[in-house]
Design a protein around this ligand. Structure first.
Ligand SMILES: [Zn+2]
Length: 688
């Protein structure tokens, strides 16, 4: 797919052609796809409202001839043909009962004893036989890719939330631990508050192994028919898969089975809410890429659900596509139209947008798909985060998943881009640090690290108090348990503060934020204090410390998981956090953005011959000007600087200027940036 002769902004349309309107829908595809500039059609089979649960073999046999016809028609147009069977295990029952479709199949059983009727257990032999039979039929039609839906997982098989605790799974686990274990005993062990019970690790490891085997089974089924077909994997958000012990690399390798592997990262925002939802989209692309093998071909998921312009505007749909290409995806899969056979031209704004925006996306993709790395503050994810997660009494199963959402969102919204690539400044929040080895932690503490209250507590417990500047730390509690601490006094001038400067502590987004009482060592510098209504200082809110290894640490007393980015972010906070992060980096942060607007989503990608800078404006107000503030080295060997225009042409722009200041290189754009189109700047280097 991505290659010299192919479009770089690869459009793959996921389309359902239901049997009762097949001819009409196929004729429309043939007519409009060239006009929409679509490169690939991924045919969805037995979908959503008209899904039969586990589709009967006769149904797939009956439909196979239609698939051959799509393939033939697309071949004639030079459009690639792929398939997306709508289920493997099943997304949810939705009133279906597939127990008579697959006699003897074991269906998924939930942690609370709930039983599915149409979602099958991964250990069930009759289910595997049924899948093998149907998937052979799909493979015979010669698709480039067969996409595996994200229902290849052990959770979210409504009505089951977390599985599978069926007799077969329990038997296997019992054999593993050498004693008979009931569902209730096992679930109690998995959810035991405090230090994790060893059964949790054993259980997650077992689930992980079983799912690798399922992936291998699917790939081999397909490859027995046609070894040239690639498998594609949709996933559910990389952090969620921690709750089923997914081991990404062996899982992906099993599914690839020696062929190129495709990955569909979810972008969320199925229904348009706020532009800020694009923060999740970009984080999902970065995080999913990080866990998948490096040579994976990415086609992100641009989905409009429940379809039509009332659900997603064409503008918002375009922005999801632009985010995908800006963050380096090879293509987009587009699930834009409903599955009942309504013509696509009933909603013509989408097809028009696809055609109109292709040149812009092509130019964006061409520079962002080059090998290189995204720069920013490094985020840490660990696939064993659920293994080490400490639960509180009464916590539900879903608390096993780490959630970096508020953390990433807050940094990005303050104009501090984040990355999963290697960087010297790291941001730690929540319990994920517990999955890291002592050596990994030591290495992080030798550079620059931002630490929240939860991570700080774990580091102290692990014996790293001395290197974090913490003398003592209490567990996080709701802030008003500690007194009437309504404000944060931000007066340290070296970090951007000033006398009588205050930030609100009402930043929990409806709940109280959680805070740890921390006593720093004497040599730590307190950047801000929690104060009472008389402005009296009570507890440090943020402090900076340089340790014996010359590593720099900034500790926040907030449990970042308890804050909400919207009330957290304000102009003072931008100053505070940009100063703090810059101090951590020794004034060498790869990028911060300044300007006169809110909710930036900015990026920098360094490639061999160029740097791409970009900013999406996730607010409805225009930014009047934007400054990309880069480390001084970025200015070396610069030849030309161009801005991408709406038609996909790189333009020298009168509004563009650069200058140096205090060891930094500033690239300033004096032009309005609206939410409708990202600002993209290309810094080309001179030929070596
Ligand atoms: Zn089971």
């Amino acid at each position: 797919m991505p290659g010299m002769n192919h479009p770089r902004a690869w459009y793959a349309l996921r389309r359902t052609l239901p049997p009762w309107r097949f001819d009409e829908n196929l004729a429309e595809l043939v007519r409009v796809l060239p006009r929409y500039r679509v490169d690939e059609v991924i045919v969805k089979v037995d979908v959503e409202e008209f899904s039969h649960g586990q589709p009967p073999i006769e149904l797939v046999q009956g439909y196979q001839n239609s698939l051959f016809r799509v393939k033939e028609a697309m071949d004639r147009l030079g459009i690639v043909y792929s398939i997306n069977p709508w289920i493997t295990h099943g997304h949810g029952d939705r009133g279906r009962d597939s127990r008579s479709t697959i006699p003897g199949a074991q269906m998924v059983v939930g942690h609370d004893g709930t039983r599915a009727k149409s979602c099958a257990c991964s250990l069930s032999k009759p289910w595997r036989q049924h899948i093998a039979a149907t998937w052979r039929l799909y493979a015979e039609t010669g698709p480039r890719v067969i996409w595996v839906e994200d229902d290849i997982r052990t959770f979210n098989h409504a009505p089951v939330r977390f599985g599978c605790f069926c007799p077969q799974h329990l038997r296997r686990f019992s054999q593993h631990v050498g004693r008979r274990v009931s569902r209730t005993d096992l679930v109690a062990a998995i959810l035991k508050p405090g230090k994790p019970h060893p059964w949790r690790t054993a259980w997650l490891d077992m689930l992980g192994e079983i799912m690798i085997d399922v992936a291998r089974f699917l790939a081999r089924t397909v490859h027995e028919v046609d070894p040239e077909i690639s498998l594609g994997l949709m996933s559910s958000g990389y952090h969620h898969h921690c709750v089923e012990g997914r081991r990404w690399r062996p899982f992906a390798e099993a599914l690839a089975d020696g062929r190129p592997l495709y990955s569909r990262a979810p972008l969320g925002n199925y229904s348009e809410g706020s532009l800020r939802g694009l923060q999740y989209s970009h984080a999902s692309i970065k995080g999913t890429r990080h866990v998948m093998p490096p040579d994976t071909i990415e086609q992100s998921e641009v989905e409009n659900f429940t379809f039509g312009p009332w659900s997603n505007s064409a503008t918002f749909t375009f922005l999801k596509m632009a985010v995908s290409f800006a963050y380096g995806s090879h293509g987009v899969t587009m699930n834009l139209f409903e599955h009942s056979g309504v013509p696509m031209e009933a909603e013509p704004q989408f097809g028009r947008m696809l055609a109109d925006r292709k040149p812009f996306l092509e130019a964006l993709a061409a520079v962002c798909q080059q090998p290189g790395r995204y720069r920013g503050v490094r985020l840490l994810h660990h696939e064993r985060a659920a293994h080490v997660m400490r639960l509180q009494k009464g916590d539900d199963y879903d608390r096993l998943a780490p959630d970096h959402g508020p953390h990433v969102e807050a940094l990005e919204a303050l104009g501090i881009p984040t990355t999963c690539d290697d960087e010297s400044v790291v941001s730690l929040c929540g319990q994920t640090v517990a999955a890291m080895s002592d050596d990994e932690i030591r290495s992080v503490l030798r550079h620059g690290v931002l630490i929240d209250a939860v991570s700080a507590g774990i580091l102290v417990e692990r014996g790293f108090g001395r290197d974090t500047g913490i003398r003592s730390i209490a567990s996080p509690r709701p802030i008003y348990d500690l007194g009437p601490l309504g404000a944060e006094a931000f007066e340290h001038e070296e970090f951007g503060g000033a006398p009588n400067t205050y930030l609100t502590t009402t930043i929990g987004g409806g709940a109280e934020p959680r805070v740890s009482a921390i006593e720093p060592v004497r040599s730590a510098r307190v950047i801000s204090w929690f104060v009472d209504p008389d402005r009296k200082r009570h507890l440090p809110c943020m402090f900076a410390y340089e340790n014996r290894h010359r590593g720099r640490v900034v500790v926040q007393a907030y449990d970042v998981g308890s804050i909400s980015a919207q009330p957290y972010c304000r102009p003072l906070r931008v100053r505070q956090m940009q100063h703090a992060m810059q101090w951590l980096a020794g004034n060498d942060l790869p990028l911060v953005v300044h300007g006169d607007g809110a909710w930036p989503l900015a990026f920098r990608k360094d490639c061999d011959r160029h740097i791409v800078l970009g900013m999406f404006n996730l607010s409805l107000d225009d930014w009047g000007e934007v400054t990309f503030d880069l480390d001084g080295r970025a200015s070396r060997g610069v030849d030309r600087i161009h801005v991408l225009d709406p038609h996909g042409r790189w333009r020298a722009n009168a509004g563009l200027s650069t200058h140096r200041s205090r060891g930094r290189w500033l690239v300033r754009c004096d032009r309005a940036v609206s939410h409708q189109l990202p600002l993209v700047v290309l810094v080309r280097r001179k030929d070596a």
